[in-house]
Design a protein around this ligand. Structure first.
Ligand SMILES: [Ca+2]
Ligand SMILES: [Ca+2]
Ligand SMILES: [Ca+2]
Ligand SMILES: [Zn+2]
Ligand SMILES: [Zn+2]
Length: 486
């Protein structure tokens, strides 16, 4: 049975190779945005990327002087795409629009911030002038704000105390729609809150959109999570491009929310270091966003996605585009619904069905056109795994063979995507079916006639024709990380 498998695979490969150049023409391009979507995108870009009917000074001074309205729109879209780690094609692709629909902070991503916009005193006061929908749970609000200030105070010498004085430095309030500060709120979703940079009067103040579903848990929008971000602005911090940072512009909720390395650095550059910082964070330093060129980096999963390859790690992903050498890091949930798991086990794209499958533990999720399909997550026993298999290590999909190979420990399983059954003879030992390929894999992908396996800090390039591993490189090699020569 084992030899039969390999024979079949080799037979399939030449036809796959021949078909590859056609892929670009076979695939329909992304649908053109509707009139409404274009209007929505323009409003978003005006608000957050300085796009406007008249060119800004910065654009006029720039080397490239966009001539037409279309050029200016394209330039603003590109700027947004670069910020969020998308391919900067300047087009309003479904991915770009999906990102624009994510709830976020109401402050611009390109507003110039200066280090001079900081408080000159290290003891500040705040006051809550209105509670909006949270009036009935004011004790919880106080607790959430106190915890949020504490995160910043633990890393800097800044102290922020609640005062009932009218002249508090930082006035916190809830507002509805237009509230006369030039930045009207927009109802449910969209902008959740905004803040003013340090200064007199409105300076340092924080406004929350009263129409949001504020919460103290993972439902709706977590008030503590949004407060930590807005308080960062109230201290003078700008948005961060690092998707692991609290100062990243889009909303995300993590049960154990902490300031990231990037946030701590930014705050300490402004205010200095809390003398207790080293002892407080000695055992648990602020988390760093994974670096694609870290020699110790391993991937959770890797998949094809249309013409891209996507590498997953924790709650982040890197997308490699055939047309661009720029590989940005972004949040998994910046594109897909929140249901898609972090720290996933495996992923693959079923091109024929136009589906993307994610695996974690005994469950799997199916995404189609950026939405979770009904009935998911479901149990991997659906695919024919016996109860003893409670997770998969990696999934390898062959689109033209309608075949997916799953790897679990030292075994591999062949799933027939047309019959929707596990093929007879599954499982088989990996070392028989894939000579030279390690067991307990991290990820696998079929790309341009070769299979790439990932384990730990390495990528193994496997030639299905000679049935052996032909090279071993750093795991981040496809992401442009050449590493140290072996
Ligand atoms: Ca809103
Ligand atoms: Ca103020
Ligand atoms: Ca894995
Ligand atoms: Zn913000
Ligand atoms: Zn406001």
């Amino acid at each position: 049975m084992g030899t039969l498998w390999l024979g079949l695979l080799v037979l399939l490969v030449p036809s796959q190779l021949h078909s590859l150049p056609l892929l670009t023409t076979e695939r329909p391009g992304p649908p053109a945005p509707s009139q409404d979507e274009v209007m929505f995108a323009k409003r978003y870009l005006e608000k957050f990327y300085g796009y406007g009917p008249s060119q800004s000074d910065r654009q006029r001074r720039g080397a490239v002087s966009p001539a037409t309205a279309d050029d200016r729109l394209c330039a603003a879209v590109k700027q947004l795409q670069r910020y969020f780690g998308l391919p900067d094609n300047g087009r309003l692709t479904p991915d770009t629009l999906a990102l624009m629909r994510k709830p976020r902070c109401g402050l611009s991503d390109v507003e110039p911030f200066h280090n001079t916009w900081r408080w000159k005193r290290s003891t500040l006061s705040y006051r809550i002038s209105s509670y909006g929908p949270t009036a009935s749970v004011s004790a919880k609000v106080h607790r959430a704000f106190r915890r949020a200030w504490r995160l910043w105070a633990e890393v800097t010498p800044v102290r922020v105390r609640r005062r009932s004085r009218r002249d508090a430095d930082i006035v916190i309030s809830f507002h509805h729609g237009d509230h006369q500060d030039g930045s009207p709120f927009d109802g449910k979703g969209g902008a959740l809150a905004h803040a003013f940079l340090p200064g007199d009067d409105l300076g340092g103040d924080v406004h929350f959109d009263e129409e949001e579903d504020w919460s103290f848990n993972s439902t709706g929008f977590n008030l503590f999570a949004v407060a930590v971000h807005e308080f960062g602005h109230a201290l003078g911090l700008p948005h961060a491009m690092d998707p692991g940072a609290v100062m990243y512009p889009t909303y995300s909720f993590l049960p154990d929310l902490r300031l990231a390395h990037h946030d701590v650095q930014a705050a300490q550059r402004m205010y200095g270091i809390n003398p207790k910082y080293a002892s407080l964070f000695y055992k648990r330093p602020p988390p760093r966003t994974p670096d694609k060129c870290d020699p110790n980096l391993s991937f959770d999963a890797v998949t094809e996605l249309q013409q891209e390859i996507v590498f997953f790690k924790d709650r982040f992903m890197w997308r490699k585009y055939p047309t661009s050498d720029e590989i940005g890091i972004s949040l998994i949930r910046g594109l897909w619904p929140d249901a898609v798991p972090h720290n996933m086990d495996a992923a693959y794209e079923n091109v024929e069905m136009n589906q993307l499958l994610f695996f974690k533990g005994s469950q799997y999720w199916v995404i189609r056109q950026l939405n979770l399909m009904a009935g998911f997550p479901s149990n991997i026993s659906d695919l024919g795994f016996p109860p003893r298999v409670q997770a998969v290590d990696a999934a390898l999909h062959f689109r033209f063979a309608h075949l997916t190979v799953f790897f679990t420990g030292t075994e591999c399983w062949r799933y027939d995507e047309q019959q929707k059954t596990m093929e007879e003879g599954s499982p088989a030992p990996i070392d028989q079916q894939w000579p030279g390929v390690p067991s307990h894999l991290d990820a696998a992908i079929f790309y341009k006639g070769f299979v790439y396996f990932f384990k730990g800090g390495f990528q193994y390039k496997y030639d299905p024709e000679v049935k052996y591993v032909i090279s071993r490189r750093p795991a981040g090699h496809m992401l442009g990380c050449r590493g140290v020569p072996e």
